[in-house]
Design a protein around this ligand. Structure first.
Ligand code: ADP
Ligand code: MG
Ligand code: MG
Length: 202
């Protein structure tokens, strides 16, 4: 892996922009079934990563992703910080390969990172969380789908959380009353997936 890469600052800027643009909407969704701060939490995390974008560009991609994850854990606050943080830290570690010969391709690294998020949240598919977007996205990546298809599926997956009953997080306190609302974490995950796919497709 070459030291440093040039695409990351632009990718970070694209992710920060989509979260800033949709922060109010994410807070509104979180008001319905949580404590109303998901947009604020995500914006704070994205701003912290944005501040570091030039430094991150100087790191090899695996180390840069790991650092992004740690910055999210430290800055986001709220359940989503450690979850998105785990995703990025584990993705970076998977791409680096902790042991000689253990370096994984992107698809298997993503798969293991999503599994790490599930362990961190003690949750699985169908519990109305960001995992309900991450699993379908991972499946599309494994099938080598186009960037357009990945983004479309992410959005469809977020829509499917509307009908789900929350099994984890604050929304689970509402029981059946969580049904009928999109999960805020699933929404942010679909928005970020869309921003990333668009950026990589340019
Ligand atoms: P908080 O709930 O602490 O205020 P946020 O509002 O930032 O944190 O994030 C809420 C989102 O985090 C939820 O919409 C859900 O997608 C995700 N989430 C919360 N708890 C879990 C969990 N145990 N497993 C997976 N995802 C979770
Ligand atoms: Mg919240
Ligand atoms: Mg909160």
């Amino acid at each position: 892996m070459e030291a440093g890469q040039s695409f990351l600052p632009g990718l970070i800027a694209a992710c920060s922009a989509v979260i800033a643009l949709n922060a109010d909407r994410l807070c509104l969704l979180d008001q319905e079934i949580g404590d109303g701060d998901h947009g604020t939490n995500m914006r704070r995390g994205c701003e912290a990563v944005f501040e570091e974008r030039e430094m991150l560009a100087g790191l090899p991609l695996p180390q840069a992703l790991e650092r992004v994850g740690m910055t999210l854990v430290m800055s986001v606050g709220g359940a989503s910080g450690p979850l998105y943080g785990t995703l990025l830290v584990e993705l970076g570690r998977g791409l680096a390969g902790e042991e000689p010969g253990a370096r994984q391709d992107f698809s298997s690294a993503l798969s293991r990172a999503v599994d790490a998020v599930a362990r961190r949240g003690r949750s699985g598919a169908g519990e109305k969380t960001l995992l309900d977007v991450l699993y379908p996205v991972q499946a599309e990546v494994r099938m080598q789908s186009t960037l357009d298809s990945i983004a479309t599926e992410a959005q469809a997956a977020a829509e499917r959380t509307v009908a789900m009953k929350a099994g984890r997080g604050r929304a689970s306190f509402l029981g059946d009353r969580s049904i009928g609302h999109m999960d805020p974490g699933a929404c942010s995950c679909a928005l970020l997936t869309d921003a990333i796919c668009r950026y990589l497709g340019e």
